[in-house]
Design a protein around this ligand. Structure first.
Ligand code: RM4
Ligand code: MN
Ligand code: MN
Length: 414
């Protein structure tokens, strides 16, 4: 008997007495998939300094190895997002890269083009006033559509650094038109069954205007593009105080919620470990999603079941692997709590205007300690009951430190 057993038995009994189908909850938890980002395994930093982590992945295969290890320890992270050109395979063979991932027990998820790091993109990519820059960006996006087929990906995940820094710098309406025209070309090149996930962000690196500043703009363009275009919600891309769960509810209801980039923000696009200072917000977001999964409305139901759950973080001062394992676990905890929400009693309280009755039913759910339940689920799927402890005991950190060494990093003012 493992040490979580007594706590699990008590929790299962309590939940069952409350009318919760614990087996159904466990089944949902076993189906959960969190996609980790290849770039979260590599060194990164702030504009002041990038501190290299000993053993951090530098090659694409090392990133895939790390992602596979996170999957092995958590059992629910079997997919990894790639960023092109950061993840151009060493031999340029995407089919072999996909096979390598599969041999490690994972698959390639979203393909993320990068149209923000070349010199030519100083004034933007698709929104750039120069048609040559627009063309170069478009070519790269179309190349990424072709890469999707090679790596068996069904999602093209788009984020643009485009925008302006000064009023009058460019014509805002013209920029909108350039985006609309080029996005529709990209949409037509999506492989069959492929989705376009459109990410918004209200600032950075452009600070006066951003070409896709908010979910409303992304949503409007998805509507114009077609049903395979959906909005991607990155938790770090909102202004202070924005109610993200309400955005989630709206997009779900309209069938246009495509995916998430999970991370934790306190001030800006901080890209910290998801659920570290905002666990209640994460729970409330998952609560909308779990409600959508059991909705009788066909659009809501199928949209909720197709959401791509992805992490988008950079680990600047901490080790990459433990950070990623911890991130996956935090999403798992939030989802587990959301699955326990007593929907019927809450609906009854809402119907009679019992403001605090409804609120307490929901917030009490957040306070349930689901860790014994998750330990049980892990045991049942053959994963370690405490993935972080198992990682620390695995020797992986020492192994990669010795094999890979410490890479030279750039970053900071130069
Ligand atoms: C952006 C955005 C994108 C990510 C890049 C690295 O802020 O979140 O999704 O690809 O960072
Ligand atoms: Mn993102
Ligand atoms: Mn971001």
């Amino acid at each position: 008997m493992t040490h979580h057993q007594a706590a699990y038995d008590l929790l299962a009994e309590t939940l069952t007495n409350q009318g919760i189908d614990v087996d159904a909850v466990k089944a949902a938890l076993k189906r959960q998939v969190i996609e980790t980002p290849s770039w979260g395994y590599a060194n990164s930093g702030t504009r002041f300094k990038a501190f290299p982590w000993p053993g951090a992945a530098t090659t694409t295969r090392q990133k895939l190895d790390d992602a596979a290890m996170v999957h092995k320890l958590t059992g629910i992270a079997g997919s990894v997002a790639v960023h092109i050109p950061w993840d151009v395979p060493e031999d340029n063979d995407y089919v072999a890269m996909c096979q390598y991932a599969e041999e490690q027990g994972i698959r390639i998820g979203a393909v993320n083009p990068n149209v923000f790091q070349d010199e030519i993109y100083r004034l933007g990519s698709l929104g750039n006033p120069d048609s040559g820059a627009q063309e170069q960006a478009l070519d790269h996006l179309l190349e990424c559509c072709a890469i999707m087929t090679k790596v068996k990906s069904n999602a093209l995940s788009l984020w643009f650094a485009d925008g302006t820094n000064y009023a009058g710098q460019d014509d805002l309406r013209q920029r909108k038109r350039r985006f609309e025209q080029h996005l529709s070309t990209v949409y037509k090149h999506l492989p069959a069954g492929g989705r376009m996930l459109l990410e918004y962000k209200f600032f950075e690196p452009a600070f006066y205007s951003t070409d896709i500043p908010d979910w409303g703009t992304a949503y409007a363009w998805c509507l114009k593009l077609g049903p395979q275009a959906q909005v991607l919600v990155d938790l770090g891309h909102h202004a202070q105080g924005v109610n993200i769960e309400q955005i989630v509810a709206f997009l779900l209801d309209e069938g246009r919620l495509g995916g998430f980039h999970f991370n934790n923000r306190k001030y800006a696009d901080d890209d910290l470990i998801v659920g570290t200072t905002n666990p209640y917000e994460l729970f409330l977001i998952y609560n909308e999603l779990a409600a959508g999964e059991v909705s009788t409305d066909e659009t809501v139901h199928s949209t909720a079941h197709n959401v791509a759950y992805m992490i988008d973080q950079s680990h600047n001062i901490e080790g990459k692997m433990e950070a990623m394992i911890y991130s996956v676990i935090n999403c798992q905890e939030a989802y587990a709590k959301a699955l326990l929400t007593p929907r019927q009693p809450i609906a009854s309280a809402q119907a009679i205007g019992d403001v605090l009755g409804a609120h307490r039913l929901l917030s009490d759910t957040f306070r349930i300690d689901v860790r014994p339940l998750l330990a049980q689920v892990r045991e049942e799927i053959g994963a370690p009951t405490d993935p972080v402890a198992a990682y620390r005991a695995s020797g992986y950190e020492e192994q990669v430190r010795n094999a890979r060494g410490k890479a030279a990093t750039s970053g900071g003012y130069q």
